[in-house]
Ligand binder design. Structure first.
Ligand code: SF4
Ligand SMILES: [Zn+2]
Ligand SMILES: [Zn+2]
Length: 338
């Protein structure tokens, strides 16, 4: 196998491009692919302050390194979810990365700041563990970015993640979620701009990048991942990819390049400030405040409006759009404020 770019011995094969690369050219390929996404979706410019949401995994640490390599002003933000040793190791790895790269890191502990951790929330609330986790992450990322004056929040979602999410949303024709599944969500009142620069790189590519760059990342999966439905969609996409390389990319990038405009009018959520925290929401209280109050056994005020539904709740704060069943469980509107 020869490197497509320099004809030297190749170390990584990218089947969907029908190409192979040596180490140096693979790193170049990754950088160019990310540069292309940043440029084509106008994600951010060289002067903007970027907050990278880092979990300690290969994608987010890889993204942070790529942005630093490309000369961007990228700080990391780690959110401690309180998931035992997994969270501890994630924090250690993230801190070590920041130190090694002399990069700024904001370290937030969910329990310290908001009074609960994810395992407790999964047991006490009406939502699944991954649903309340996703909701908490999106909320805190946005909050911290606003408080620290960042221009944009970047997450490490890769092509596989996004293709699996799109598959889940398409199988159910959840058109509102499909409409918001885009590599860039512009800022609006109370919401920082969100971007996904790894959208054109597969999980194999991000793993190979982290490995070749010697990034120490958390390999183990979250111990609570069992209830995460996205894994099933990933497995289904992998099955298709095995027999037809390029399927994932065609599905996701085809959506982004050609089909997304057809869904634009489906993004109809009208937002107003949450009466508790001021974050934009479709109801009186945002999904985060409602979930948190439920977990802490607090009362949020008068009963929520009857028109609220779980669908709306899932739609708000949906910078990262997840399959609706992640938001399953008894409608929060029925159990809050009682
Ligand atoms: S697997 Fe679920 S609980 Fe674990 S980090 Fe991911 S979303 Fe959170
Ligand atoms: Zn080469
Ligand atoms: Zn709120």
């Amino acid at each position: 196998m020869r490197c497509r770019r320099c004809r030297g011995p190749a170390v990584v094969e990218v089947r969907r491009h029908n190409a192979a690369f040596c180490q140096e050219c693979f790193v170049h390929h990754v950088h160019e692919t990310v540069k292309r996404s940043i440029k084509s979706h106008r994600m951010f410019g060289p002067d903007e302050r970027i907050m990278v949401a880092v979990s300690g995994g290969k994608d987010s640490l890889g993204l942070w390194e790529i942005l630093l390599d490309l000369g961007y002003r990228a700080a990391g933000m780690y959110l401690g979810l309180g998931i035992g040793e997994y969270s501890e190791r994630s924090r250690v790895v993230t801190k070590a990365f920041a130190d090694e790269h002399e990069a700024d890191l904001i370290d937030v502990d969910l329990r310290g700041e908001y009074g609960y951790d994810i395992p407790t929330a999964g047991k006490k609330g009406s939502r699944s563990t991954c649903a309340v986790c996703g909701l908490s992450k999106r909320y805190v990322f946005n909050r911290v970015a606003l408080d620290h004056g960042f221009d944009v929040v970047a997450t490490g979602h890769n092509l596989d993640d996004e293709a699996a999410t799109l598959l889940g949303n398409t199988l159910r024709w959840q058109t509102e979620y499909i409409a918001r599944q885009f590599p860039v969500l512009p800022s609006r009142e109370g919401m920082v701009k969100k971007v996904k620069p790894l959208i054109r790189l597969s999980e194999l590519e991000t793993a190979a990048y982290a490995f070749l760059r010697g990034i120490d990342y958390v390999v183990e999966e979250c111990p609570l991942v069992g209830g995460n439905t996205q894994l099933r969609y990933k497995a289904a996409m992998n099955q298709l990819e095995r027999t037809s390389p390029g399927t994932k990319a065609q599905f996701l990038l085809g959506y982004i390049d050609r089909a997304a405009p057809l869904f634009k009018h489906e993004d109809t959520a009208e937002l107003s400030p949450c009466e508790r925290c001021g974050q934009p929401t479709t109801g009186r209280f945002c999904a985060f405040c409602r979930a948190r109050a439920q977990v802490l056994g607090e009362r949020l005020g008068a009963p929520p409006e009857k028109s609220e539904s779980d669908r709306q709740v899932a739609g708000e704060l949906s910078e990262e759009v997840l399959p609706a069943e992640l938001y399953g469980g008894a409608p929060a509107a029925l159990t809050m404020g009682s």
